[in-house]
Design a protein around this ligand. Structure first.
Ligand SMILES: C[S@@+](CC[C@H](N)C(=O)[O-])C[C@H]1O[C@@H](n2cnc3c(N)ncnc32)[C@H](O)[C@@H]1O
Length: 276
């Protein structure tokens, strides 16, 4: 584990250890809190994602692939826009997609790092908060681009961690950064890569690139604060047992997330898109 100054809340510039496991094994296990977390994620971020998907254009007949569909909220939205075309919604666990009743939805258990699709199968591919969790993200991007037809569009979205670095509140800054260190060390999540999405998309041959980053204000007691509180809470035992946070630091963070007088910037959402 990387050693930090006492309450700096800063990540030391040492190289991250090789990740030991994959998403869903001991972090982000698909139990009741994770299901609730995925639904909160949809509630908070769908309006921003929909705005970007509307910008790139989804029309009747657009063949869509939603990678790592989670709760299925965006797959449902895509179904409404793309019908009669099918929307393929993939995940390692598709149990939450049972509640999506749209006739043109095709749920599929599919590991984006290993399982394939025929080349040029889709007009639109979307992945939100997926690539950041995959250590082989660059190789996965190459695979995804192969699945796009010429002229098709890729939209990717992930968190950008930078608003945390400058937070004036050491309790918030440290708890969030240390949670980020835990997921990085355990499964290889990179919450600092997304700001360079446009360069990555260009490297994979996409054109007509666009990108935006939105840093929303987080207020204690709101859905956004609940989302981050639940996210950190799901790793509470690992954070404390492995020495990333003390019990007191964990309690301080929880109290902030419930305090309506607490305001700060949340991790930003970076969205990028490009055409093949
Ligand atoms: C943070 S959640 C985001 C869910 C959804 N995209 C959203 O933004 O609401 C990450 C999702 O990616 C899925 N996932 C993780 N690794 C995956 C892989 N190798 N292949 C496909 N899905 C994966 C997880 O099961 C989970 O549903």
């Amino acid at each position: 584990m990387v050693t930090l100054g006492k309450d700096s809340g800063q990540t030391a510039p040492a190289p991250a250890p090789a990740p030991r496991e994959r998403y869903g094994e001991t972090l982000f296990v698909r139990d009741t809190p994770e299901r609730r977390r995925l639904r909160l994620l949809a509630e908070v971020f769908d309006p921003l994602s929909v705005r970007t998907l509307e910008h790139v254009g989804v029309h009747p007949g657009t063949r869509c692939l939603e990678i790592g569909a989670g709760s299925g909220s965006l797959a449902r939205w895509l179904c409404g826009r793309a019908a009669p075309a099918a929307v393929v919604a993939t995940d390692l666990d598709i149990s939450l997609l049972d509640t999506v009743r749209e006739e043109n939805l095709l749920p599929m258990v599919h590991d984006v790092t290993r399982d394939d699709f025929p080349a040029e199968s889709f007009d639109l591919v979307h992945a939100r908060f997926v690539l950041n969790h995959l250590p082989e993200r660059d190789r996965v991007l190459e695979r995804i681009v192969r699945w796009l037809r010429p002229g098709g569009v890729l939209v990717v979205e992930s968190f950008s961690w930078f608003p945390l670095d400058s937070s004036p509140d050491a309790r918030y800054r440290k708890a969030m950064l240390r949670w980020g260190d835990l997921v990085r060390d355990t499964i290889g999540t990179d919450s600092r890569w997304a700001r360079n999405y446009p360069s990555a998309l260009a490297r994979h041959g996409l054109r007509d690139l666009g990108a935006t980053t939105v840093a929303e204000h987080l207020r204690g007691g709101t859905a956004l604060a609940d989302f981050w509180q639940l996210t950190v809470d799901m790793s509470r035992h690992q954070l404390i047992d492995k020495g990333y946070l003390t019990p007191q630091e964990y309690e301080d963070f929880t109290a902030l997330m419930r305090d309506p007088d607490f305001w700060d910037l949340a991790p930003a959402l970076t969205q990028a898109w490009g055409r093949k």
